[in-house]
Design a protein around this ligand. Sequence first.
Ligand SMILES: *[C@@H]1O[C@H](CO)[C@@H](O)[C@H](O)[C@H]1NC(C)=O
Ligand SMILES: *[C@@H]1O[C@H](CO)[C@@H](O)[C@H](O)[C@H]1NC(C)=O
Length: 290
Amino acid sequence: MLYSTLLAIPAFAATAFSAQLTQVTNYNNNAKAKPGMWVYVPDKIQTDALVVAIHSCQSSAQKYFANSKIPWHQGSDRKGYVTVWPSSTTECWDVSSKASLSHDGGGDSNAIANMIKYAITQYKIDPKKVYVTGGSSGAMMSNVLAATYPDLISAISLYSGVPAGCFVSASGAAAAWNNTCSGGQSTASAQKWGDVVRGMYPSYNGTRPRMQIWHGSVDGTLSPKNYDETIKQWTNVFGVSGTPTSSKPDTPERNYRMDDFGGNVEGIWAVGVGHSVPSHLDASEAWFGL
Ligand SMILES: *[C@@H]1O[C@H](CO)[C@@H](O)[C@H](O)[C@H]1NC(C)=O
Ligand SMILES: *[C@@H]1O[C@H](CO)[C@@H](O)[C@H](O)[C@H]1NC(C)=O
């Protein structure tokens, strides 16, 4: 009897304590927008870094986490960092309303910032090691977070998005689709795109997250033109030339091209790749310094 009880304990313990995606129901969110917060704390924490992984349209924290093409769960297990998975209450993230396109405006970006602040305290994260990634609508939100919460984020690696403010809704509607932007017709000078970012948090004058921008050359959902516009935006914000300082063909894989614009902006142009470019865990982690 005693013997069998002892045998049973390790098996039970392994089940009870292995890491799982878990919902945080109260993350001190004072924003009007109320997206869900999910967190994955790996069994073996090896660093005080945090990665926020933001899902695409018609997805959720749980679906994105379970998606075999989204490798951040595996990265978390391998390198021991915590991941936060925001979950939208709308079909796509709100990257169109004034509320979400403003620092502390009460929209989705504000709510995700609250998740980051909660995670920093709760999981003892180094505030200088907060990283954000996302695909498609999640990439748009990554750009919006870079503009609205530069004080909270150290680096961003986003896949197949549009510039911050490109999906703005003229009527002010939240989470609206914008055909002009998705079709690649929202073009502006680098200065204008930079002004859009600066306008989302006008009083801010501190450091900004380093930006890694991936896009496929045959993206049929969010026009590849959005790659150029996003590069213009962030090179302007960092005050560097829009001409690459170096360009590496076949990096990080065949038919991809890595363009560097100084140390803070990197573009990865995926030739022949549509929507959306698959996450490249190693290259994104390298950009984050993980
Ligand atoms: C779509 O976004 C552009 C900026 O990228 C903006 O000028 C335009 O008004 C938006 N369209 C709608 C219908 O809101
Ligand atoms: C940045 O803003 C802070 C606080 O508003 C201010 O004290 C500081 O002088 C500003 N720095 C620059 C370089 O403008």
